[in-house]
Design a protein around this ligand. Structure first.
Ligand code: AMP
Ligand code: ZN
Length: 470
């Protein structure tokens, strides 16, 4: 597997620390609101990276944090506390907000076939670990106390800008209107490890620490949570491109100062999904969510396919027109798969040859668009139907588009489409709806019974009445 490593700015072959194993870490969501489909673009591409590694035979352990404390709305350790803002908006406690949006996040992930990482850890679970790391950083002289907060001293590092491409002038703290410079800082990029002097008087979550009651800075959680589950050495660290600075830069600064050695070898960054007006964000009011797409009638997997059709290292612009095109492509693809004849038995050697081709294609810096092209090639290949289906199932482990499942339900739909029967059932459903509206439940029940006698089962769902053959 080769990926573009932001640390070296080269596409590199991944050489794990331990043969056959990959220790992988993903920056998780800040759970003060729903994830937008931009956030989910990052998680889809990271899911593909993980699954491609597994597809190649690696034993992957992937860890994710849940940011449920201390993440401020500016990247500069100032601004508004996002969790608190969410709690105020919804008249709930911070922990209720965190629980609700953590569940919502994993429900969105499930709809997009994003596998849940092997370990998921909320930041609020690990306060003792954070305090311990901060203590060590103070002992080693990498941190200082000022204005009752603890700061990381970036001047102690030979090379703070590890990703190399930051422009110091652009990063000047205080340039944005809503960001006020913190005069406690010795250097402008120093960052808070622990707050005891909070500007939020009603800060909901606070813990005792050797420096007083307070709460952690944002960056410390990823260093501690990754080490808790993966140990001192990590192979791949992932996140959206906006995490590169200051979040990942600060993670590296504190982790390597704490450990005294290199921490993570490969950094994988997914570029942004933008809407037509520019950058997508949760704080801009109306934002695009999986539920919104569903309410407009889109299958979430169509969005996954939309993401897979472009490269993760290019910005991507979302539009409904583009999504409609992918919806049509998905439908055609499913119909093509549905039309594969049920014949022959699986030729394992063929499946293996196609498997290797796919591993090489997608394994070349997560080239998902080429992976989909290869899937179309497989559909045209000179192999029997059973083998074709086996190849599609094999590719779909990585693509995650539920292709065989969608094809088999398309088959069922097609089987039921006797126009006369459809017209009859629909007229009966309409009649039953009227009866229910008039509270004539006896009539409604008799219509249901009449349909059942003809072998049709009806079911009341949120999306309306559904029917199928018994
Ligand atoms: P957050 O919940 O804000 O911590 O973000 C969760 C993940 O989504 C992080 O990895 C971010 O880098 C990533 N992210 C944020 N905005 C976008 C976007 N517009 N497109 C792709 N990824 C994003
Ligand atoms: Zn992180």
């Amino acid at each position: 597997m080769r990926i573009y490593n932001t640390l070296t700015r080269n596409v590199e072959l991944i050489k794990p620390n331990e043969e056959g194993k990959i220790a992988m870490y993903t920056c998780g969501p800040t759970v003060y609101h729903f994830a937008h489909i931009g956030n989910l673009r990052s998680y889809i591409m990271e899911d593909v990276l993980e699954k491609t590694l597994r597809y190649e035979g690696y034993d992957v352990k992937r860890v994710m944090n849940i940011t449920d404390v201390g993440h401020l709305s500016s990247d500069a350790d100032t601004g508004e506390d996002k969790m608190l803002k969410g709690a105020k908006r919804e008249h709930k406690t911070v922990m209720e907000i965190a629980k609700f949006y953590t569940d919502a996040f994993f429900s969105d992930c499930a709809k997009l076939n994003i596998k849940t990482p092997d370990a998921v850890e909320p930041a609020t679970n690990c306060i003792p670990e954070f305090i311990n790391m901060i203590k060590v950083l103070l002992e080693k002289g990498y941190a200082y106390q000022a204005g009752e907060n603890i700061y990381f001293d970036t001047s102690k590092l030979d090379n703070y800008y590890v990703f190399g491409n930051q422009n110091e002038d652009e990063l000047m703290v205080g340039v944005r209107d809503d960001v006020t410079e913190d005069t406690n800082k010795r250097n402008k990029n120093d960052f808070v490890l622990w707050f005891t002097k909070s500007k939020f008087e009603d800060q909901a979550l606070k813990w005792d620490s050797p420096w007083g009651v307070g709460y952690p800075g944002w960056h410390i959680e990823c260093s501690c949570i990754s080490m808790k589950h993966l140990g001192e050495y990590m192979d791949i660290h992932c996140g959206g491109i906006d995490n590169m600075f200051p979040h990942h830069t600060n993670e590296i600064a504190q982790s390597e100062s704490y450990l005294g050695h290199k921490w993570c070898n490969y950094w994988f960054h997914v570029h942004h999904l933008n809407d037509e007006s520019g950058k997508m964000s949760k704080s801009k009011g109306e934002f695009l969510t999986v539920s919104l797409l569903e309410s407009k009638g889109y299958n979430p997997l169509v969005y996954r396919m939309f993401a897979l059709q472009s490269h993760y290292r290019k910005p991507l612009t979302f539009s409904y027109d583009a999504l409609d095109q992918v919806a049509a492509t998905y439908k055609k693809l499913v119909n093509k798969i549905n039309a594969i004849p049920e014949e022959g038995s699986v030729d394992e050697a063929e499946v293996k040859a196609w498997h290797d081709k796919f591993a090489e294609t997608v394994g070349n810096d997560v080239n998902t668009a080429m992976g989909i092209t290869l899937l179309y090639d497989a559909l045209k290949a000179d192999v029997n139907g059973a083998t074709k289906r086996a190849i599609i199932g094999d590719y779909d482990y990585v693509l995650g588009l539920d292709l065989l499942k969608a094809a088999s339900s398309a088959e069922n739909e097609a089987g039921a489409e006797d126009p006369e029967l459809v017209a009859y059932v629909e007229s009966k459903i309409a009649e039953r709806k009227e009866a229910k509206k008039a509270k004539d439940f006896a009539k409604a029940d008799s219509i249901r019974a009449e349909l059942l006698e003809k072998g049709i089962v009806i079911e009341d769902t949120r999306e309306g009445v559904k029917w199928k053959r018994a």
